[in-house]
Structures are given as structure tokens and as C-alpha cells.
Design a protein around this ligand. Structure first.
Ligand SMILES: [Zn+2]
Length: 415
């Protein structure tokens, strides 16, 4: 893509009434547009990041047998009344229609997916099954001050699984936990699975997946030697204590952001909807259900905020909107334009997504500042000077110094 054609522009001044660092960066770089607190539109750059995260999540959910569907967002109130969530869950939006019917918009989808599964699962032979979607969710938050990290509208991957036995559920729970850790790793983030209480969903223990970042709103204790990690809210342990799970570990305290969760829902929702199946003995039995969430837009906000430096965003390669940012500092110079275009075409032919800053009348300093703010992992400068040397000036977003590379050397970085 050519930056002269990109309809969004960067801006230097911080947006008014935006206290969240992730939203501040993403708005200034032109990724998102704020509609109101907790509600944002995703612009071309932002949409590309979301699609990259969604692709990784989709691949990992498909790999553990998840089947993707798309559920309705607008729901009748009846199933929500049937499960008690209509009255008990305070973040449920309640919409009154002119027909005097009441509706809601999904803040989670147990009320929709359970009746769907009930219709198709009749026998133990139909189990286990894991159904997921990637879609919009709505929460009636009193305050929404965390940018895209906690919105009134957000994108989520939510998966629901149904099982014959607790053992089968536990097995899938462990498989899903590993898949989640792979998702975060592929997104360039270090996440830990902590045990937490189940909140409004369930009385049982659940997993929360936490990315260590000073921007986080949770406090966790983690072992410096094994994978043990817990939310301080539910543990009696303290910083400096010895780890109870391994011989030599010590517990450290850190700020973290939640980027996913897994709940054992037991049989609550199947019971609410009278969902039974015929077990091996020929009797009606109630399946055990699990819920597995990953906040997609939240993950984008955490990555933007946790990995940023003083100059702007630093995207991990896997979710960056483009992998290479070509800056043509001599737009209008025939040789420079030709060299920039040729490199653009060669990288594109290799399947590398490239943003080329071909804007005329924009000073070099501004192009460098924009490039740092936007945060594309690899920067390549083309100018009269680099052409006179027959090379390109290459720098990684995370590196301090640039180096001069020939076309062949440059292309070899993307084999
Ligand atoms: Zn330990």
C-alpha cells in the first residue's frame, strides 16, 4: 500500500479526554477512531492488525478441533431471563423495542450457543464438540477508561465446548490452555496462566491468561522458576514467599493485563435449557460445558501499550499491519522513485506486506517520526544518497542503528 493513498493521517497532539496509553498511540498513528468512551472504529491499519490476530487465533482454535460459526449479535431477552443473567449480570445491555419487546446484544453467548448445541447433540456419539466464533460483544460498563483494552464494544473469540464427562472436559481444558499460550507467543507476547475465581460465570476455579506489563490493571504473583502464577486477589501468598509447587522458586509480584480466560461452567447452562443427550447406557445425561474467551481488540491494545517505546508503537512481526515500511525521502527524483517501486514490487512478490511512504511535500524528519509512531517492524530508506551508494538504509524498529544493505541482502532478510 502507498501511504499517499492511505486516507488516515498521523497526528502529533494527544487526543482529548483519552487517558489510556493504548488508545492515545493508536489514535495518533491512525489505527482507530474514537466514537465515545469504550467504543472505537478500526481504520485500515487497525483492521489489518485485527485480521492478523484473528488469523492466529483461528488457526489455533481449528487445530484443537474448534468449529467456527457466527452467532447473532442481537438476542431476544427470553434466553437471558431463562439463565438469570438478565437480572444478575449488570453489564447486560437492555434494549426496548417500539414493539414493546425486549432485546439484548451479546456480552457472552452461552444463551445462544447452548440452544444451538442442544438441537444438534443427541447422543454421546455427538460429543465432545467445541464451537467458537470471532465477533462483537457489548458490555454496559459504568466507566470505560482503558481505551480498547476494556470497551463497551469489543471483538472477542469465544469458544464453548460440551463433554460427556469431567475427565473429558479436563483433558480439553488442558489442550485449550496450551493453545492459548501458543496464541500469545505467536502474537509476540509473554503470557502466564493464572488460577482465578470464576466471577459471575461460575463458582469453580478458572484460568486467566495474563501478559506482564506495567500498564496492567491486575496484580499477579508468579514463580521465578516454574510456571506457577496466581492473581493476588485469590491467593494468601505474598511476594518473596517460597513457591509451593517447586523446590527452589520464589514468588515475584508484577502488574499484568488479562488477555483471555477459560471457565469450567459445569452443567449450569445445559440444565437451564433442558439440554440432555443419550449416554452409552441409553439414559438421558447432561453435558459438561466450558467457555474459552480471548479478547481480540484487547490483545491488540495490550500489544500496542506493553511493547511501545517513547517514539511510538512497536508491533511484533506477526501482527503488524505491514512488515516493511519503505520511506522514500526523495519523492519526485526519478531514480529514487524507481528504486522504491522496484523494492516494493519485489517484496510484495515474495508475499511481504509493504507500506511505502511516497508522500511528496513531507519532510524526512516527519516521515521518520511517523514511521516510529506507526511501528512497522522493518524500515527501509530510499533517497538520493542511498542510491548514490547503490544500497538501501535498513533499520529494525527495535534497533538503534541503521545499516546499508544491497537489494540482494535486503531481500534475503525476508526469505
Ligand atoms: Zn515454582
Amino acid at each position: 500500500m502507498f501511504q499517499s493513498k492511505l486516507f488516515t493521517k498521523t497526528r502529533r497532539e494527544a487526543p482529548k479526554d483519552e487517558v489510556a496509553k493504548n488508545a492515545d498511540l493508536l489514535i495518533r498513528a491512525g489505527y482507530i477512531h474514537k466514537e465515545m468512551a469504550g467504543s472505537y472504529s478500526y481504520l485500515p491499519l487497525g483492521k489489518r492488525v485485527l485480521e492478523n490476530i484473528e488469523r492466529i487465533v483461528r488457526q489455533e482454535m481449528d487445530a484443537i478441533g474448534g468449529q467456527e460459526i457466527r452467532m447473532a449479535t442481537l438476542h431476544p431477552s427470553e434466553p437471558w431471563k431463562q439463565t438469570g443473567a438478565w437480572d444478575k449480570v449488570d453489564v447486560v445491555f437492555k434494549i426496548n423495542s417500539r414493539t414493546e419487546k425486549e432485546y439484548t446484544v451479546g456480552q457472552s453467548e452461552e444463551e445462544i450457543v447452548t440452544p444451538i448445541a442442544k438441537e444438534y447433540v443427541q447422543s454421546y456419539k455427538d460429543l465432545p464438540v467445541a464451537i467458537y466464533q470471532i465477533g462483537q460483544k457489548y458490555r454496559d460498563e459504568l466507566r470505560a477508561k482503558s481505551g480498547i483494552m476494556r470497551g463497551r464494544e469489543f471483538t472477542m473469540k469465544d469458544m464453548y465446548s460440551f463433554h460427556e464427562t469431567q475427565e473429558d472436559f479436563d483433558l480439553f481444558y488442558a489442550t485449550a490452555k496450551d493453545a492459548y499460550l501458543r496464541v500469545y507467543e505467536r502474537c509476540g507476547l509473554v503470557a502466564k496462566a493464572t488460577e482465578a475465581s470464576g466471577g459471575s460465570f461460575t463458582e469453580k476455579l478458572s484460568y486467566e491468561f495474563m501478559v506482564l506489563t506495567d500498564a496492567g490493571e491486575d496484580d499477579i504473583l508468579y514463580c521465578d522458576s516454574c510456571s506457577y502464577c496466581a492473581n493476588v486477589e485469590i491467593t494468601k501468598e505474598a511476594e518473596g514467599d517460597g513457591c509451593t509447587r517447586c523446590p527452589k522458586g520464589k514468588l515475584a509480584r508484577a502488574k499484568a493485563s488479562e488477555v483471555g480466560n477459560i471457565f469450567d461452567l459445569g452443567t449450569k447452562y445445559p440444565r437451564d435449557f433442558g439440554f440432555t443427550y443419550m449416554n452409552k447406557e441409553g439414559n438421558a445425561s447432561t453435558p459438561i460445558m466450558g467457555c474459552f474467551g480471548i479478547g481480540i481488540t484487547r490483545l491488540m491494545g495490550v500489544a500496542a501499550e506493553a511493547l511501545a517505546d517513547e517514539k511510538g508503537i512497536v508491533w511484533p512481526e506477526s501482527i503488524a499491519p505491514f512488515r516493511v515500511h519503505i520511506l522514500n525521502l526523495s519523492v519526485g527524483d526519478e531514480e529514487a522513485d524507481k528504486a522504491a517501486r522496484a523494492l516494493y514490487d519485489e517484496l510484495t512478490a515474495k508475499g511481504v506486506a509493504v507500506l511505502c511512504d511516497d508522500r511528496a511535500d513531507v519532510r524526512a524528519g516527519e516521515k521518520f517520526a511517523d514511521s516510529d509512531l506507526i511501528g512497522i517492524p522493518h524500515r527501509v530508506v530510499v533517497s538520493k544518497k542511498t542510491i548514490s551508494e547503490g544500497k538501501f538504509e535498513y533499520k529494525k524498529r527495535t534497533a538503534g542503528d541503521a545499516r546499508m544493505l544491497s537489494t540482494v541482502e535486503l531481500l534475503a532478510l525476508f526469505n
